[in-house]
Design a protein around this ligand. Structure first.
Ligand code: AHG
Ligand code: MN
Ligand code: MN
Length: 339
């Protein structure tokens, strides 16, 4: 028989539904929450794609809780995700990188059992220069009792308790990549039909990567151990093969490339930022969950990111994430040894 000319087209909705059927106990609430996020991603995507045309670019003036300038598109993405989540009855509380406190659904809206933590627009310094940017999300189950709004305590859970995590990459094409703890699956947006279509089922990341991603402008501010690590990545220590460098300044973009082809992303602590720059709850933990589900590993330089119990909503953490051998090399080098 001749092979069919048609490949089976799987939309993200179909895929999520099929996954849900593997779990007879599932109520469908998590599936619906993922649809809510996919819908927000489509809306943000349409604005990102218009960014050069619409009067939406440039600094909006206010400074966010991290002390950085907020760009207009950040605000749009933040409001869009909150709007999609807070009125649909799936969440008890949400927390955003752009807001100082957790936010519960408005008084007359239903309360769900999930908690969503998100970075609405990652790589925002790249908006104005037309480079890839992203959104990142982590989903937990609430841990506080009762049917009232969720609390800060619901947000301060270790990454190991995540029930799902994902990111959207607004790149040369738009992709949504997520895990519910059963592998990592990637969907590419077809704007002609308005659907995310399964393009990267069951992503596995190589055990050793060919690239490293780090802001080497910070080299003078790193500890001697981190400097040694980067020398090892460069092949200056002949025991370790040289890697090539790739760094865009958009975590989602750098992470995504390394996930697909193998590599390690590092945001080490430095003299200016002793805890690194990235936020544990909105950036490090969700990407750690995704990476580990793809066979990689994520560390803060001393141990697994997923084991860290947060104590503050906007807590920062050093991050070493990607191919397992490379992240283990980072841990060993920071501990002052060769693996
Ligand atoms: P955000 O735009 O959400 O504030 O995140 C920016 C982050 C991350 O995307 C990127 O990896 C990192 O900042 C880059 O920082 P440096 O400019 O210090 O390298
Ligand atoms: Mn970010
Ligand atoms: Mn951001």
């Amino acid at each position: 028989m001749r092979p069919s000319r048609f490949t089976r087209i799987v939309t993200i909705e179909r895929f999520i539904m099929d996954q849900e059927h593997l779990h007879p106990e599932a109520t469908g609430e998590l599936s619906n929450l993922l649809y809510d996020i996919a819908l927000a991603a489509k809306v943000i995507n349409s604005h990102v794609r218009m960014a050069g045309l619409a009067d939406i670019l440039g600094a909006a003036g206010p400074v966010n809780v991290q002390g950085e300038i907020v760009q207009k598109l950040d605000q749009f993405a933040n409001e869009t995700i909150k709007d999609s989540l807070l009125h649909a009855g799936r969440v008890a509380v949400v927390a955003s990188e752009e807001d100082p406190e957790p936010i519960a659904p408005p008084a007359d809206y239903p309360i769900g059992k999930y908690v969503v933590l998100f970075d609405p627009l990652d790589g925002s310094s790249n908006i104005d220069v037309n480079m890839s940017i992203g959104s990142i999300f982590a989903i937990h189950r609430r841990v506080t009792d009762g049917r009232g709004p969720g609390l800060l305590r619901d947000c301060l859970q270790p990454g190991s308790a995540q029930v799902a995590a994902g990111y959207v990459l607004y790149g040369s094409s738009t992709m949504l990549v997520y895990t519910t703890g059963h592998g990592v699956h990637g969907f590419t947006y077809d704007s002609t039909i308005g659907e995310f279509l399964l393009s990267h089922p069951d992503v596995r990341t190589p055990a050793v990567g060919a690239c490293y991603s780090v802001n080497e402008g910070n080299f003078p501010h790193w500890s001697p151990e981190v400097q040694t690590l980067v020398r090892r990545f460069k092949g200056l220590d002949e025991r370790y093969p040289a890697k090539t460098a790739r760094y865009t300044g958009s975590l989602v973009a750098d992470f995504h490339r390394n996930l697909l082809v193998g590599g390690v992303f590092c945001y080490p602590p430095d003299a200016k930022s002793p805890q690194g720059k990235l936020r544990l709850l909105y950036e490090c933990a969700p990407l750690a969950f995704i990476c580990e589900q793809a066979g990689g590993y994520a560390s803060d330089g001393t141990g697994p990111i997923l084991d860290i119990v947060p104590t503050a909503l906007h807590q920062r953490s050093p991050l070493f994430v990607g191919s397992v051998t490379d992240v283990k090399l980072a841990e060993a080098t920071i501990a002052g040894r060769a693996p």
